[in-house]
Design a protein around this ligand. Structure first.
Ligand SMILES: NC(=O)c1ccc[n+]([C@@H]2O[C@H](COP(=O)([O-])OP(=O)(O)OC[C@H]3O[C@@H](n4cnc5c(N)ncnc54)[C@H](OP(=O)(O)O)[C@@H]3O)[C@@H](O)[C@H]2O)c1
Length: 340
């Protein structure tokens, strides 16, 4: 076990969209990093990144890179997590994985610390971080569940291009630049259709039953994190031309009726959630204002016309609370509980 001031940290995917934010969040939160080991592919090996004011060379991710490492954040590809996370655990490290590889494994805790930090106690070396869209959704659902129970959820997501990493951001940029210049936009390679000035109801990959794997992740992960294996979660995922910040329009059915006022109160009292909801001034949460923040912002809380269900709108920074910040919070909780 490492002492609280003595953690050797490796970041696999340190040069990617999530990895870069992760490094900044470790610095901001003054996570007690004794030594940082940034890892990536041969494409980035030898480059330097800056951490805590020092230049550190990026190395190739391989099993031997985990010798002497206490904690490894995986923010690369699912395939790499599958191959290398067990190698890191074998060498005594605890892994926090950002990919979907281990999330639904019964032996692997899937954790949003404000909701289910206790699940960390049973970890066997690997802990999963949820999908970036799931995290914002469950943060908005948990306070309502605690106040009035949860029967069913219907959600349509509006997902930023950075949810597909640096290539997603670059594809939007290139298409917008071409549109502005009046030139033909480059063919899409990351998204199913052109994303500039568009909305694309397709995130991830199609499954045989007509759903997208992203939609299935939201259903399965919400059930696992909330510990409600039977709750109905109906999902439509849409990619929108926004750099950072995932949103969801959510219809929530509670076990007992909950007024919008009581829901706002429960949401605002929950750590990590802030209510921004002022119809008189038109002040509601937007992705542009959540970028760079760790809060999940919730607004448009209102009663459904035809039922006791509640509508709400939630937004979160997919690279921070949806990915890096949540992972660092997991690491902090592990240290607090002396589980690393
Ligand atoms: N973006 C989000 O909002 C978000 C949210 C939650 C979870 N995630 C998950 O987080 C992970 C990283 O996503 P991202 O958005 O940061 O992707 P990204 O911007 O494409 O970055 C990918 C990173 O992985 C590295 N990498 C790729 N293949 C590798 C290999 N074979 N060996 C070693 N390193 C390799 C890349 O290194 P090089 O520089 O060498 O190419 C880069 O550092 C993914 O599993 C993703 O599903 C992303």
């Amino acid at each position: 076990m490492s002492s609280a001031k003595n953690v050797v940290v490796a970041v696999v995917g340190a040069t990617g969209a999530v990895g870069e934010v992760l490094l900044r969040v470790l610095e901001e939160r003054q996570f007690p990093v004794r030594q940082l080991v940034p890892l990536a592919s041969t494409r980035s090996a030898g480059k330097t990144i800056t951490f805590a004011g020092e230049a550190v060379e990026v190395q190739v991710a391989c099993p031997e890179a985990f010798e002497g490492v206490d904690l490894v954040f995986f923010a690369a590809t699912g395939g790499l997590s599958k191959e290398l996370a067990p190698e890191a655990v074998k060498r005594g490290a605890v892994v926090i994985d950002k990919s979907s590889t281990w999330r639904m494994d019964e032996q692997v805790p899937l954790v949003v610390p404000e909701i289910n930090a206790d699940a960390l106690e049973k970890h066997r070396g690997i802990i999963s971080n949820p999908n970036c869209t799931t995290t914002g959704l469950v943060m908005a659902l948990e306070p309502i569940r605690r106040a009035a129970g949860l029967k069913s959820v219907v959600v349509t997501t509006f997902q930023a291009v950075s949810g597909s990493g640096t290539p997603g951001i670059e594809e939007l940029d290139a298409q917008v630049k071409a549109k502005v210049a009046g030139e033909p936009a480059p063919e899409p390679t990351v998204f199913a259709s052109p994303i500039a000035y568009n909305a694309v109801p397709f995130c991830g990959a199609a499954m045989d039953d007509g759903y997208l794997d992203e939609e299935r992740k939201l259903l399965d992960e919400t059930r696992k994190i909330l510990g409600l294996p039977k709750v109905d979660v109906s999902v439509t995922c849409v990619r929108v031309p926004i750099p950072v910040g995932h949103s969801g329009a959510v219809l929530v059915e509670t076990e007992t009726p909950l007024s919008p006022e009581a829901a706002r109160e429960a949401l605002d009292a929950f750590p990590g959630v802030t209510v921004v909801d002022d119809p008189a001034t038109g002040k509601f949460p937007t992705p542009a204002e959540v970028e760079g923040s760790d809060e999940v912002l919730v607004g448009r809380v209102r009663k459904d016309y035809g039922s006791d269900k509640l509508w709400l709108w939630e937004v979160s920074d997919n690279l921070r609370k949806g990915a890096a910040t949540n992972a660092v919070q997991i690491a902090e909780a592990l240290l607090e509980r002396e589980l690393v």
